[in-house]
Design a protein around this ligand. Structure first.
Ligand code: COA
Length: 208
C-alpha cells in the first residue's frame, strides 16, 4: 500500500499503528490529535485537532482511528465513515492472515498476530502483538484483543470487548459486547455480561 494516511490519535497505540503503516509502505503519514502528549518523540507530524478532518479529506483520502479506548475508537471510525474516508486495515508484515479470513475496515493487526481460516474481524478492531485468533472465530467491531491473547476455534466476541494480555479462551465460547477479560484469565464458559472477568477459570471481578 502507498499513499498518504492520517492516524487519529498520537498516543501509544497511534504511534504503533503509524510505525506499522510506514513499514507497509504508506509514504506520507500524519497524526490528528486534540491533545498530543507534550515532549513525546513522535515520528510523524501532528497536523492539528480532529476538527480538521473535513478540510483534510481531499488531500488525505485514507485514515485510521488509532485510539486505544474501544468506545472512542468506534466513534472515530464512524466519523471517518460519515466523512467518506477510506479506512484500510493496517497489518504488520509478520502477521499471518489466512486468505480465507475476513478483516473489516480500519482493523489493526500487530506483529506476529495470527488469524486462521474462516475467522472474521470486525471494523476498527485491534489484534495486538502476537494475538492468536483460531479458525472460525467471529470478533465484533471495535474490540481489542491484547498481546498474546489466544482464542481457540469458533469463539464469538461481542462489540467493544477487551480481552486482556495473555488470556486464553476455550473453543466455541461466546463473550458479550463490552465485556472485559483480565490479563492471564482462562475463559472456559460463556461470559454473558458487559462486566470484568478475571482469573482461572474466569469469574466476575467483584468489588471490595
Ligand atoms: C482486570 C482489570 C481490567 C482490572 O482492573 P481494575 O478494575 O483497575 O482493578 P484493580 O487493578 O483495582 O484490581 C482489583 C482487584 O482485582 C485483582 N485483579 C486485577 N486484575 C486481575 C487479573 N487480571 N487477574 C486476577 N486478578 C486481578 C487485583 O489483584 C485486585 O484484587 P484485590 O482487591 O484482592 O487487591 C485489569 O487488571 C486488567 O487485567 N486489564 C487488562 C490489561 C491489558 O490487557 N492491557 C493490554 C494493553 S495493550
Amino acid at each position: 500500500m502507498s499513499g498518504p494516511l492520517l492516524v487519529l490519535g498520537s498516543g501509544g497505540h497511534g504511534r504503533v499503528v503509524a510505525d506499522v503503516a510506514a513499514l507497509c509502505g504508506y509514504e506520507r503519514i500524519a497524526f490528528l490529535d486534540d491533545a498530543p502528549a507534550t515532549g513525546a518523540d513522535l515520528p510523524f507530524p501532528v497536523l492539528g485537532p480532529l476538527t480538521m478532518l473535513g478540510e483534510l479529506a481531499s488531500d488525505w483520502p485514507m485514515a485510521i482511528a488509532a485510539v486505544g479506548h474501544n468506545g472512542v475508537r468506534q466513534k472515530l471510525f464512524q466519523s471517518l465513515r460519515d466523512a467518506g474516508f477510506a479506512q484500510p486495515a493496517i497489518v504488520h508484515p509478520t502477521a499471518v492472515i489466512s486468505p480465507n479470513a475476513r478483516l473489516g475496515e480500519g482493523v489493526f493487526v500487530a506483529a506476529l498476530a495470527v488469524v486462521n481460516v474462516g475467522a472474521s474481524i470486525g471494523d476498527a478492531t485491534i489484534l495486538n502483538t502476537g494475538a492468536r485468533i483460531d479458525h472460525d472465530c467471529a470478533i465484533g467491531a471495535a474490540c481489542h484483543i491484547a498481546p498474546g491473547a489466544t482464542l481457540s476455534g469458533g469463539v464469538t466476541v461481542g462489540a467493544r470487548a477487551w480481552l486482556g494480555t495473555g488470556c486464553s479462551v476455550r473453543q466455541g465460547i461466546t463473550i458479550a459486547d463490552d465485556a472485559v477479560v483480565g490479563v492471564g484469565a482462562a475463559v472456559v464458559s460463556d461470559l454473558p455480561d458487559a462486566i470484568t472477568y478475571v482469573g482461572v477459570p474466569a469469574r466476575p471481578l467483584t468489588g471490595p
